[in-house]
Design a protein around this ligand. Structure first.
Ligand code: HEC
Length: 175
């Protein structure tokens, strides 16, 4: 029994020292211009899905579907999101291309099929291990929902709002 316990303790010590050495000697990649390993992708995707399932709000959207709220959403998007997610032309900026997880250009890969609560969760809390920031420290609840409203209806905007959206300058970086 004593020998068995000593073996277990020794195994743990070797594992901990090995993990420390792996990180401390630079074997764990810290660069953003590589592909994430399978284990990291699995951890990131699985924890994101589970967190959203547990925490995303399910009820009705608390802001009304009006031109005023949609226009406010477009303006918030232009100021806070377009640098990474692009304008209506769907052209990516250098920032979007250089992120460890490329930021989707939402005019091309829209989220209109996603439930509002899921979009809300991502905008409010951000996405760990990616460049997606949390907007809980900076945008009010109303502003987050206005942005969600715009993203949910991006493909069916009323003409007056669509005009404001089409006027958002391209995010494509001039090199
Ligand atoms: C600094 C860059 C950056 C900014 C600014 C940014 N995002 Fe993101 N966002 C990302 C990245 C990177 C991802 C991809 C994360 C992933 O791979 O899971 C993402 C993912 C998303 C997604 C999920 C897309 C999908 O296909 O499921 C939504 C929705 C989103 N962002 C909305 C926003 C909104 C709204 C704003 C502004 C209020 C914003 N983002 C600002 C980088 C950014």
């Amino acid at each position: 029994m004593g020998k068995f316990l000593a073996g277990v303790v020794a195994t743990f010590v070797v594992l901990i020292v090995g993990a420390y050495a792996f990180i401390a000697f630079g074997c764990m990649p810290a660069n953003a211009d590589g592909k994430p390993p399978i284990i990291e992708r699995w951890m990131a995707h699985t924890s994101l899905r589970a967190s959203i399932q547990r925490e995303a709000p399910q009820g009705a959207v608390p802001v009304a579907l009006t031109d005023a709220n949609l226009t406010a959403g477009v303006k918030l998007y232009a100021a806070n999101c377009a640098v990474c997610h692009g304008a209506s032309d769907g052209e990516a900026s250098n920032i979007a291309m250089g992120l460890y997880q490329h930021a989707p250009q939402l005019a091309k890969h829209d989220v209109t099929d996603d439930p509002e609560g899921v979009i809300y969760w991502k905008v409010k809390h951000g996405i760990r291990l990616t460049g997606m920031p949390a907007f809980s420290p900076t945008l009010s609840e109303e502003q987050i929902w206005q942005t969600v409203l715009f993203l949910k209806h991006m493909d069916s905007l009323p003409p007056a709002v669509d005009k404001v959206w089409k006027a958002v300058p391209s995010a494509k970086t001039v090199s």
